[in-house]
Design a protein around this ligand. Structure first.
Ligand SMILES: [Zn+2]
Length: 499
């Protein structure tokens, strides 16, 4: 049995003005290495906490040959340029046609990609693959928990399997599950029947977290359901709210073994559960001033984290926001750090000056005027790094990544890790390679909404979801939506849903 695999991964924040180009995919796919497919994918992902890590282990467990075609990914940002999308799709299709015959297709997609020409870019991608392989070849798709799944995607794929976790610590498991399932479909041991439900509901990152209730409890129900006879897999996709497209929001998929009635019943049950939770899923936000006061009132509390999700690069934000840093400097706060601020200009300046130098910086706030103004003052260069690291925490464990030239500065008494690549700080290793030990801090500002909880959660005494402005702010009243279907909760408070 031969199964081809791959895809294009992008989470598109339509409120970002930064167009995503082929150069971004080349840079973020390990300098283009992953665009080549083939052996590179095995070398890079075997044994790691990644989707392809799971495809590889699943292929070994199910005894089939995996043929990776393309593994393109770019950091979340604005719309994907039309010609970039077309180019990557045509690469994938050329290789797909070259590898024929094969028995199935595993697609590694995100589910919230928007290109200049397609609101539902994954729908367009799966449609092109379906057209190329015909109706007989099974297509199993893995998607992020933040997928805005459309009816078109669900129709075109035999099965869609979404992550069950946020932080996304089950990528390898879901990839493995997809690989084992496609082998069973090819061997005719499973006859998948998939049912899709879309809810008139948008939810926001802080409460989409599956380490907290109500999501923790809901996912326990999903896992129970997956153990029931003839239920093959169930997905609750919470959606990516910062994409102003028709299909933004929450959806459900249940796949059974040949039982359409059961699939409908179970999909309705999960959709009903989620709808009941709609008010509990709305986050509570705290200002940096209130958090500074809290830390000062609880001197021996240990590490407090200010989750600055509004500037989360993992959802397309600039990662150079300065609101919290300004406030900490103004308050004369000591024992605080910010990780990671993306500012390649300042990182390079620090590398030129060297460790121990004091340099006049203009730090952060450069991408746009929505995330605070640059910090203009002297900074002490405490440490320098080449920015290379391996994820050690539960998410993407074993995957190598790169912050680019990185500088650890002390600015107005606050330690700031400054990178040359835009990365979400969700693994303590990203600070440790810069000489910052998080357990020794009183207050840590992280440019992350939820993912940081996997690695930093166990060492934090308290976590606050930030009340800061930005294009990833978990507060829908901060955005003008023009394209999302209406009515939808909570934009329309009177929204009703009857299943
Ligand atoms: Zn996600």
């Amino acid at each position: 049995m031969r199964i081809v695999s791959g895809g294009v991964q992008h989470e598109t924040n339509t409120f970002s003005k930064t167009l995503t180009t082929l150069a971004d995919f080349v840079r973020d796919s390990n300098c283009g290495e992953l665009l080549a497919g083939g052996e590179t994918i095995f070398d890079r992902f075997r044994g790691t906490g990644s989707i392809h890590g799971g495809y590889i282990s699943g292929a070994e467990a199910s005894n089939f040959e995996l043929v990776p075609l393309l593994c393109a990914r770019a950091q979340p940002s604005g719309l994907v340029e039309a010609k970039c999308f077309d180019r990557m799709l045509s690469w994938f299709l050329e290789r797909l046609n070259r590898e024929k015959p094969f028995d199935g297709v595993l697609l590694d997609l995100h589910g919230a990609m928007v290109s200049e020409q397609y609101e539902d870019a994954e729908g367009a991608f799966i449609a092109a693959v379906r057209e190329a392989v015909g109706v007989e070849i099974p297509i199993v798709v893995t998607l992020d928990l933040h997928a805005n799944i459309t009816a078109r995607m669900a129709e075109l794929a035999d099965v869609i399997i979404g992550f069950d976790t946020y932080p996304h610590v089950d990528m390898q498991e879901r990839g493995h599950e997809a690989a084992e399932l496609i082998a069973k479909i090819v061997r005719r041991e499973v006859d998948p029947v998939q049912e899709f439900r879309q809810l008139p509901l948008i939810t926001l990152p802080p409460k989409q977290c599956t380490l907290r209730d109500p999501m923790q409890e809901l996912m326990a129900r999903v896992h129970e359901m997956e153990l029931e006879p003839d239920v093959v897999t169930a997905t609750v996709a919470m959606g990516f709210p910062f994409a102003d497209i028709c299909d933004t929001g929450v959806s459900i998929l249940v796949t059974t073994n040949g039982d359409a009635e059961l699939a409908r019943e179970k999909a309705d049950e999960l959709a009903g559960c989620l709808w009941e939770l709609r008010d509990e899923l709305q986050p509570e936000l705290t200002t940096i001033e209130d958090v500074i006061a809290h830390v000062n009132d609880h001197c021996d509390a240990g590490l407090v984290i200010f989750a600055d999700g509004s500037d989360n690069p993992g959802g397309g934000a600039p990662c150079d926001g300065t609101i919290a840093l300004h406030a900490m400097i103004n308050a004369g706060f000591e024992g605080g750090a910010v990780g990671v601020i993306f500012d390649s200009e300042t990182a390079a300046q620090a590398h030129r000056a060297g460790v121990g130098a004091t340099i006049p910086v203009r730090l952060g706030g450069k991408t746009d005027d929505l995330h605070g103004t640059p910090i203009e003052r002297d900074a002490y260069v405490r440490a320098l790094s080449d920015g290379r690291y391996t994820y050690r925490g539960p998410m993407m464990q074993g995957v190598q990544d790169n912050l680019g030239l990185t500088a650890t500065l002390v600015v107005g008494g606050v330690t700031v890790v400054v990178s040359s690549q835009r990365r979400q700080c969700f693994d303590a290793e990203m600070l440790r390679i810069a000489g910052v030990e998080p357990t020794g801090l009183r207050l840590l500002v992280l440019k992350s909404a939820v993912h940081f909880r996997a690695d930093f959660g166990p060492i934090a005494s308290r976590i606050f979801d930030a009340d800061t402005p930005g294009i990833h702010r978990p507060d829908l009243s901060a955005f003008d939506f023009h394209h999302v279907r209406r009515p939808i909760y909570p934009l329309d408070s009177q929204t009703v849903w009857r299943g």
